[in-house]
Design a protein around this ligand. Sequence first.
Ligand code: FO1
Length: 326
Amino acid sequence: MIPTEAPLVTVLAGGVGAAKLLRGMVRAVPATQVTAVVNTADDVVLHGLHVSPDLDTVTYTLAEAVNPETGWGLLGESWQAMDALDRYGTPTWFRLGDRDLGTHLHRTGRLASGAGLAEVTREVTDAWGVEATLLPMTEDPVATMVTLDDDTPEGTEVGFQDYFVGLRHDVPIRSVRFTGVEDAQPGPGVLEALRCAPTVVIAPSNPIVSIGPMLAVPGIAESLVARRSNVVAVSPIVDGATLKGPADRMLRELGHEPTVVGVARLYRNVAATLVVDRADADLADSVEANGMACVVADTVMTDVDVAATLCRKVLAVANPEPGGTT
Ligand code: FO1
């Protein structure tokens, strides 16, 4: 069921960075009023199972059940199913823990019986006691494909998880595209959540492969442009680097500046404000010269309290109290 209560905040979310932000958001405001629109272009079918890494990372994090060392997968996992696959010589480079497998088995079975991904996501979040609403960006098949900058004339195109996990994102790339996105419809409730929430936040996720696919789903970017003044992005780049993952490298390789200024150039049409870390305070003027208001905050979410403080600030800058100081 899609919630009828209008959210207080809607967050565009990828994986680990977004999950940390959302963990702070549900401390800053009631969790029932938080909606996340989640990237599904990383989804992959493995061993016949539909795996939705970003939806699961956000779910497990909000349930306080995520593995804190990896930021994905479950706490206290065992790996007997992977050991069993190793026995048969089946590739296990993408590791699915035994407990995590239950989620993929449930999702795959329900999708095969005709349920939509939004409905199944609701079942999974309910089962984990997650009170925030997670909405898949689309229920249609959209896949991030990465063209490697190898010595072939056109570059070899691989699926996102082959690049990210299989090649440990340790290879140069030439381009990224999202197959199926032109024909994708926003998932149930997505456009309403983007239109109705007083504040929309773009989480500190990879702008190219986490936020990029969502903005490419017809209707999503347009919804943000229409209310840009209430859209706040949090930079995933701090001091010219990402805390986790290849965003800095991807930005550089695809011709963008791997700084908060490069992030501002990517988001200026859809968001009015960019929140940057204190480490980048000296770039605030350059961000503003690129058409976004710039707010400096502690964005490195070392614990949930830092995340909650960041979220309170983000909400305040998007909808300042009349006469208030932020
Ligand atoms: N990331 C890895 O680096 N190695 C893995 O074996 C791996 C398995 C995995 C299983 C389930 C899941 O939900 C996520 C998993 N991830 C793994 C993370 C995933 O590749 C990335 O977090 C996202 O796709 C990027 O946001």
